[in-house]
Ligand binder design. Sequence first.
Ligand code: NAG
Ligand code: NAG
Length: 387
Amino acid sequence: MPPEAGNYGHKKNDGICNSVCGEPASKAMSRLKCALRGFDFRVLLALLIGVPMVLFMIYAHGQKVTYFLRPIWESPPEPFKILPHYYNENVTMENLCKLHGWKVRETPRRVFDAVLFSNELDILELRWNELSPYVSEFVLLESNSTFTGITKSLHFKENRHRFRFAESRLTYGMIGGRFVKGENPFVEESYQRVALDQLIKIAKIEDDDILIMSDVDEIPSGHTMDLLRWCDDTPQIIHLQLRNYLYSFEFFLDDKSWRASIHRYKSGTTRYAHYRQTDVLLADSGWHCSFCFRYISDFAFKMQAYSHVDRIKFKYFLNPERIQDVICRGADLFDMLPEEYTFQEIIAKLGPIPSTYSAVHLPSFLLQNVDRYRYLLPGNCRREKSG
Ligand SMILES: *[C@@H]1O[C@H](CO)[C@@H](O)[C@H](O)[C@H]1NC(C)=O
Ligand SMILES: *[C@@H]1O[C@H](CO)[C@@H](O)[C@H](O)[C@H]1NC(C)=O
């Protein structure tokens, strides 16, 4: 049966071609002619050039297409319940607490600031100086591996002398990377966060102490931490709404940074995390300065080292001249569209971020040390190549 069936199929095919083209199908050339007959040559040429071009466009701009269409395939997360935030330096703590519906305490809670450190030394210095008057214990963990499994130096350890003011309150930890090839970077990231949880315990945190969970570049303002440590009845967990800046305090993007969170510690329950943990968000509580680096080489390192390496579509993205140009224009290092949930917001944010000329209400240590940190201020986008 099988041979007969195969034979039949073969005969049948030949029969079709013969009947369509009216030629014997034995010669290869005539088979080709047969295939091309009735096919306009120009259409073929257009396909040969057009199809690869379209494929390349999808490859190069696929992210843009999917991000632009995001409002169709993804609905926005539940909006936060935003708490109004009251502050002026001349209002007493008792009144500030009252304005928020809280009572003032007799003594402040202890505050622990815990971070996973990569290489952002300058931003860490701004952060710790801003928070120093309110923090009881600084907890810092660094690894010799980036989230993407690239070996890195222990930048904090090598520059520890810059942080003498914090030394007596510092719990430092180092964790060896696992260097697993081809793994999702989020796995190494959560491994490091679990280790940070251990380090916080080593720092002797106790129930009802305040724990700041945020990346190094998400800086709560000092007065925000002062309020949260002095007032009673504050929420168990509260996210901080931070002002989003890119490259420096010249490029103010929006006020939608929300990942930083403040916890009243509960042993057995509190876990170090960097995702949404509650619905409450305290308005205008600090700054999030992304890619705020001194050297061009730091930008290239960060682009390759952290969790979105897949965004480097082309090698020239890492070209120092391109990076410098992108920084000065306030454009996107990965040539991406804004990550938004409505067409209105995507379109409003298309193109580079306009410069801001306000340097009002920035971290005080920055304005007290302008000579060292000029590159973070408006009008100073040129960067040195490397340090
Ligand atoms: C703050 O309050 C003090 C005393 O009430 C007053 O002398 C001072 O002028 C006030 N400062 C500002 C900036 O309002
Ligand atoms: C990373 O650190 C661990 C622990 O100190 C060490 O065993 C390992 O050799 C280091 N790896 C590299 C590549 O430096």
